[in-house]
Design a protein around this ligand. Structure first.
Ligand code: NAI
Ligand code: MG
Length: 499
């Protein structure tokens, strides 16, 4: 590959211009097949880097390295020592904030300002938050009665232990942040990890692996295997010596992971899958804030958010006004190359994703949806789509039922709170919801009725390392973040002694 110079720092350029290997057992090794694959900048369609194409043999080596580290140095470290390493990783990441943001923009397409303001700092914060948990994972002493041993005296306590070797399969919408969401709690709990980034966006996970080395983690605690889903993800999910898989991605692949666990060793699973989240605006809401929130709720990250507010429900009395406001905002969004300082929205991540989103737009039009803003691809180089607001949509349409994962919102009017509670829940998904109103009592009552893992009142897309995130229904199993996520990486042991 000819070294290409992009308008980014020398460090980021140099990193992209290398051909990257797999990170296994603390070493950088080529894939056993010797093959690599291209990484593409979605703003241009140009190849920006090359990475190893991992396969089942490589997965096997990584699992062995992770097992060795789990049984060896990692489990012998004190929780305080583990916490220090995780904290240090957060510090190192912060020191390289600009470089990581540049790499993320080149690889994923998102505007550089967004990567700098959201992706990297949130990842840093996740490592720090989880570093603090290492020393606070506690069991309890439990009074027991043991009716079968009258007069017996017992001491019983629980002990929480790491689940073991964990495979983590992540998507491309927030490549570094998803790596942090996955790695930080697993490491805090004392697990060792084989992380498989999405084939579309492997770059920042590989750079993070260099920081893992620099921080001084024992070899094999973190392994990074790049490759395609069927070739690398599937053997990881089916591996007999992997104790748990944590997955984020499509519902379709989530089902395959469940099957793989079911036909192998019944490994533990957490799944963070799709969404079709309702964003609900009542007539008494602060409309300026609600309109801005409805727009950013869908257009943030080019709409490639599992919790995107992709079903917009507006009370009929204010429907026209709100739709006009959201459409005006959609039309004003400057879409462009993520390195262009003017760009507020970048391209979709890949040609495949572009094709998927355009297909939804065509289907929607065929079914009678009308675009108040946007509605089509922009240009013919790069994977750009116009921020789109669809009206005249009906509950049974594909664009209303299915996750589009692009900058496309469907908007519909409603009349009362009982109706909207039912409509909001009329989805196979249950990841998030937004409620906009000044009536706080009504908002909290409605929040209770909505079957979703996150409910935002008078805000949207507010994330914090301390808040659990995850799905009801087909949006997934288990939670990410907060103290909640640690349960997914811990086993509980009850120890009883007769005194
Ligand atoms: P995907 O589910 O195929 O990819 C996510 C991850 O799973 C990637 O690392 C991929 O390599 C891996 N994978 C794929 N097939 C696998 C298999 N058989 N076994 C193990 N791992 C496998 O998602 P894709 O195709 O990139 O996007 C399709 C749709 O999925 C999107 O349009 C969107 O609706 C949804 N999606 C949801 C995400 C979320 O955050 N919940 C993230 C990405 C996609
Ligand atoms: Mg796929």
């Amino acid at each position: 590959m000819t070294a290409e110079k992009h308008n980014i720092s020398d460090q980021a350029n140099q990193f992209l211009n290398r051909t990257h290997k797999l990170f296994i057992g603390g070493q950088w090794v080529e894939a056993q097949s010797g093959q690599t694959f291209d990484v593409v900048n979605p703003a241009t369609g140009q190849v920006i880097s090359k990475v190893a194409r991992g396969g089942s043999g490589d997965v096997d080596l990584a699992v062995k390295a992770a097992r060795k580290a789990f049984e060896g140095p990692w489990s012998k470290m004190t929780s305080s020592e583990r916490g220090k390493l995780i904290w240090k990783l957060g510090d190192l990441l912060e020191q390289h904030l600009t470089e990581f943001a540049e790499l993320e923009t080149m690889d994923n397409g998102k505007p550089l300002a967004v990567a700098k303001f959201a992706d990297v700092p949130l990842a840093v914060d996740m490592f720090r938050y989880m570093a603090g948990w290492t020393t606070k994972i506690e069991g309890s002493t439990i009074p027991v009665s043991v009716p079968t041993a009258p007069g017996g005296e017992f001491l019983s306590y629980t002990h929480r232990e790491p689940v073991g070797v964990v495979g983590q399969i992540i998507p491309w919408n927030f490549p570094l942040l998803m790596a942090a969401w996955k790695l930080a709690p697993a490491l805090a709990a004392g697990c060792t990890v084989i992380l498989k980034p999405a084939e579309e966006t492997p770059v920042t996970a590989l750079r993070l692996a260099e920081l893992v080395q620099e921080a001084g983690f024992p070899e094999g605690v973190v392994n990074i295997i790049t490759g395609f889903g069927e070739e690398t993800g599937a053997p990881l999910a089916a591996h007999m010596d992997v104790d748990k898989i944590a997955f984020t991605g499509s519902t379709e692949v989530g089902r395959l992971i469940v099957q793989a666990a079911g036909t192998s060793n019944l490994k533990k699973l957490t799944l963070e899958l799709g969404g079709k989240s309702p964003n609900i605006i009542f007539p008494d809401a602060n409309l300026k804030a609600a309109i801005a929130g409805a727009a950013s709720g869908i257009f943030f990250n080019q709409g490639q958010c599992c919790c995107a507010g992709s079903r917009l429900y507006v009370h009929q009395d204010i429907f026209d006004e709100v739709i006009e406001g959201v459409s005006a905002r959609a039309k004003k969004i400057r879409v462009g190359h993520g390195l262009d300082p003017q760009a507020q929205m970048g391209p979709l991540v890949s040609h495949d994703q572009l094709a998927r989103v355009c297909n939804f737009l065509e289907e929607g039009a065929k079914e009678g949806a009308v675009a108040k803003a946007g509605g089509k691809r922009i240009g013919d180089s790069g994977y750009f789509v116009e921020p789109t607001v669809l009206v005249d949509t009906k509950a049974n349409m594909k664009v209303v039922q299915e996750e589009i994962f692009g900058p496309v919102v469907v908007a519909m009017p409603f009349t009362d709170v009982d109706e909207i509670a039912a409509t909001a829940n009329d989805s196979i998904y249950g990841l998030a919801a937004g409620i906009w109103t000044q009536n706080i009592s009504m908002a909290h009552k409605l929040a209770r009725r909505i079957r979703a893992g996150s409910v935002w009142v008078n805000c949207y897309n507010v994330f914090d390392a301390s808040l659990p995130f995850g799905g009801y229904k087909q949006s997934g199993w288990g939670r990410e973040m907060g103290k909640e996520v640690l349960n997914n990486y811990l086993e509980v042991k009850a120890v009883t002694t007769q005194l």
